[in-house]
Write a protein that binds this ligand. Structure first.
Ligand code: PLP
Length: 391
């Protein structure tokens, strides 16, 4: 069965051009980029090119790019560093809808005696900027807020948040793992001190990430040892993955317009048709500014997992709005923070598209999903009550 892959916020296909770019760096050009000999030197030159390509996508300088192993490492490194840089400041601010890569770390910090504030969101997933303004103070070491939410695609006004943060002398970090390649980013004109990205969300392989660190920003490394990455992240560079990420960033820059036209048009058609043909549904964050590739739709009186299984039988890959990875069927912390009613949050499905998504794939989902929901509602006691009420 050929997959219809609509789960690109979970991970993406490696672009074949990206794979070709990295292929020689396993079995042929396998030198250590730090070696003095010619064999390492030629790898070093390609790593430098990769760094420049990543920097170009971000409007940054190559020396502001630190390669890491993943988005999670970048997020952890940014927050840890700020606390070491400002040992006298004991307050950390984040939001209630962050990815666990940030949220779990912040919650662990509160166990260690730090004051941690989690800024709330409204019913559409928009950040409460007044709460942020009232919360940043002279004790704040770092504010870490995501650029775009992985579940709903809702975009936060990170530049404005950074300005509020900097006015109190704290550092500002953004988890831009879902935003890079989908929204224009220009660090040259930005207030943001640190930014995380992850290769596998933009058609590079898993296991490569970046921490952007503004020139002049004080920093304490998370991994210490060798002098790689200008002593800001020790460990032999994952040269092949860095080279791949460079190519992926170059392609992401070239395809950014397409993400915001073609991919967005497909996303809009998908959500408009599903909303038109399935009653008692709502788009989570539908009134907020969102990524062009993401739609999360809540269906009342059905369980997301059941929808996913039936879609999966047809080859359609999507995600639910439950924290099912934790073994519970609790609605996700994101939907709970938005106040999405339990009966809706439970039946939330996220579709996330990419430049490889085709109109035919979208038509298949538009055709197949309405009867799936109707069938599931017929099977559930709440759903039957609802159908009776309608009839
Ligand atoms: N931040 C966000 C918003 C994400 O969506 C993810 C991955 O899903 C991460 C961080 C973690 O990235 P990685 O899988 O590279 O550790």
């Amino acid at each position: 069965m050929k997959e219809i892959y609509l789960d690109n916020n979970a991970t993406t296909k490696v672009d074949e051009a990206v794979f070709e770019e990295m292929r020689p760096y396993f079995c042929e050009l396998y030198g250590n980029p730090s070696s003095m000999h010619f064999f390492g030197g030629q790898v070093q030159r390609k790593v430098d090119e990769g760094r420049s390509r990543v920097a170009a996508l971000l409007g940054a300088s190559p020396d502001e790019i630190i390669f890491t192993a993943c988005g999670t490492e970048s997020d952890n490194a940014a927050i840890r560093s700020a606390l070491e840089v400002f040992p006298e400041r004991r307050h950390v601010i984040t939001s209630r809808v962050e990815h666990p890569a940030v949220l779990t770390q912040c919650r662990n910090l509160s166990q260690k005696g730090y004051r941690v504030s989690e800024i709330g969101v409204d019913g559409e997933g928009r950040l409460d900027m007044e709460e942020l303004k009232a919360t940043v103070d002279e004790d704040t070491a770092i504010v870490s807020l995501m650029w775009a939410n992985n579940e709903t695609g809702v975009i936060f006004p990170v530049e404005e948040a950074a300005a509020i943060t900097k006015a109190k002398g704290a550092l500002f970090h953004t988890d831009a793992v879902q935003a890079v390649g989908k929204v224009p980013i220009d660090m040259a004109t930005s207030n943001i001190d640190m930014l995380s990205l992850s290769g596998h969300k933009l058609h590079a392989p898993k296991g490569i990430g970046v921490l952007y660190l503004r020139r002049g920003t004080p920093f304490r490394p998370f991994l210490v040892g060798g002098h790689q990455e200008k002593s800001r992240r020790a460990g032999t560079e994952n040269a092949a993955a860095i080279i791949a990420l460079g190519k992926a960033c170059e392609l992401a820059g070239q395809h950014m317009k397409l993400e915001n036209t073609q991919v967005k048009a497909l996303r809009d058609r998908l959500q408009d048709e599903l909303m038109a043909h399935i009653p008692n549904a709502r788009i989570n964050g539908g009134a907020a500014e969102r990524l062009p590739n993401t739609t999360s739709i809540a269906y009342e009186f059905v369980e997301g997992e059941a929808i996913l299984l039936l879609l999966s039988e047809l080859g359609v890959c999507a995600s639910s709005g439950s924290a099912c990875t934790s073994g519970s069927l609790e609605p996700s912390h994101v939907l709970r923070a938005m106040g999405v009613p339990f009966t809706c949050a439970h039946g939330s499905i996220r579709f996330s598209l990419s430049r490889f998504t085709t109109p035919e794939e979208i038509e298949t989902v538009i055709r197949e999903l309405p009867p799936i929901i109707a069938r599931l509602r017929q099977m559930s006691p709440f759903g039957r009550e609802f159908i009776k009420g309608q009839g």
